[in-house]
Design a protein around this ligand. Structure first.
Ligand code: CO
Length: 459
């Protein structure tokens, strides 16, 4: 019988897509053991925005959260999402920091690291992949899926071969915008299976309403693992529901290894959690619907709402059509970057400025850095005239930008002083200096309050 593994995303992508990663540990801690027994291929529970959100909004130490999940989930593989050389931030870090972060993620409980670069420039994931393999982790290389004249089936297959040659244990095709159609999935997975020998994972979102159909065709083409979310937090900008997917696949004769009865229990747990997020406004029912804008405009849904917000702020919403027409031009000038963070923001802001102030009369700081090479190599040709104008005599970076970055950790240890208890806390500080310091201060205060209470009680 053919097998299809299921990765449950409720603790990472599902909650990141629907409720801006605001789920506290107390909202899932009691269901972890049941999740561990459900038979998932893996549980995606860390990385992406979870790290930032723990420190910034939830007063939780992300490392502590990971160790806790590991303690409760002894059997199932724990998975995280890593932004390659960006780690979990928005710019590149030194190799020393990337290596330390990968090692510590594995040490604290991660089994599978899904590693991606927004430009599919694999020199930006190489160090993370190597370190993951050395540390005994499962390195999952990632292809960011997008549509453009240069993103052909053949080009994606070449990327897959590169990932296999790098030593990756599996490949994830990541459709962050939910725009992959069932037929493309079928053709792409078929070709990848023909050309590489490591397992293929497909990741998509329900945003445009294609995902369930796309998964069925991907499974027919031989995909090994797909990502789903327990039904309470599925659909809309999240993943297809775990239960429906398992139900359909089992009926089609595929073994998922997942215990359907336990899924019911897991969903019963998350249903009131979802209700609470709707009640307090953190889950806007709008994101649960189907929105085909991404298909019409070939830009992700999140990017479209950003464009609308920017134009509204400039009192120029009536120029939206012009901006939507300018977006593909900007993307072409920048060498067709996939529209994923941070490229989607960069392209969107530049398109707005081009429409409002004239083409490239104002070039954003980020686009200048991109044209200098601080984000890696563009997938296609960059408009050289634009690059010259943006760099204004400055030299573009030769080779890897990360090679020019000094190790951030030494300075962080000094700055943190007594709070630099272990390498993990130093890494938190390197990634998010201000919020980490605030978090440590608050935690310290809470500890002191506890001491004062004990003293009072003794009186
Ligand atoms: Co995603």
């Amino acid at each position: 019988m053919n097998k299809v593994g299921i990765t449950e995303t409720v603790l990472r992508d599902a909650q990141q897509s629907l409720i801006a990663t605001r789920m506290e540990r107390k909202e899932f801690e009691d269901i972890l053991e049941t999740m561990d027994n459900a038979g998932y291929h893996s549980i995606e529970c860390w990385g992406g925005a979870t790290f930032d959100s723990c420190l910034r909004y939830l007063d939780e130490d992300p490392w502590e959260r990971l160790r806790f999940i590991r303690k409760k989930c002894k059997k199932t593989k724990l998975q995280m999402l890593l932004r390659g050389q960006n780690i979990l931030g928005y710019h590149h870090y030194s190799d020393t920091t990337v290596r330390a972060f990968v090692r510590d993620s594995i040490k604290n409980g991660i089994d599978i690291i899904r590693i991606f670069d927004a430009l599919n420039d694999f020199t930006n994931i190489k160090v993370a992949v190597e370190t993951c393999i050395e540390a005994g982790g499962h390195a999952q290389g990632t292809i960011c899926y997008t549509t453009s004249p240069i993103h052909t089936l053949e080009a994606f297959v070449e990327l897959g071969k590169e990932l296999e040659a790098m030593g990756c244990h599996s490949i994830c095709v990541k459709d962050m915008a939910g725009i992959m159609s069932p037929q493309v999935a079928y053709d792409l997975i078929t070709e990848l299976k023909k050309n590489v020998n490591i397992p293929i994972v497909l990741h998509t979102h329900c945003t445009t309403g294609l995902a369930q159909m796309t998964y069925v065709k991907a499974v027919e083409a031989g995909v090994d693992v797909i990502d789903t979310a327990i039904s309470a937090l599925s659909g809309g900008t999240s993943q297809p529901s775990t239960e429906s997917t398992v139900y359909a696949l089992e009926e089609m004769g595929y073994a998922t290894g997942v215990d359907f009865k336990l899924l019911k229990k897991i969903n019963d747990h998350f249903t009131p959690v979802k209700e609470k997020f709707i009640a307090d406004g953190k889950l806007n029912p709008k994101v649960l619907g189907t929105n085909i804008d991404a298909l019409s405009y070939q830009i992700p849904g999140g990017m479209l709402s950003n464009l609308i917000a920017q134009l509204t702020a400039q009192n120029a919403l009536e120029r939206l059509d012009e901006v939507l027409a300018e977006t593909p031009n900007v993307r072409k000038d920048l060498g067709y970057p996939p529209l994923v963070t941070p490229m989607s923001q960069m392209v969107g802001v530049q398109a707005v400025m081009n429409v409002l102030f004239g083409r490239y009369n104002y070039i954003s700081k980020e686009v200048k850095a991109y044209l200098r090479g601080e984000y890696g190599k563009a997938p296609g040709e960059i408009n050289e005239e634009l690059r010259e104008k943006a760099l204004n005599g400055q030299k573009p970076i030769q080779g890897r930008y990360a090679d020019t970055i000094k190790n951030e950790m030494t300075k962080a240890v000094e700055r943190l002083g007594a709070y630099a208890r272990d390498e993990e806390s130093v890494l938190s500080y390197v990634l998010f200096p201000q919020i980490t310091e605030e978090y440590f201060e608050k935690a310290e205060e809470a500890k002191m309050l506890k001491v004062t209470y004990t003293i009072r009680e003794a009186e």
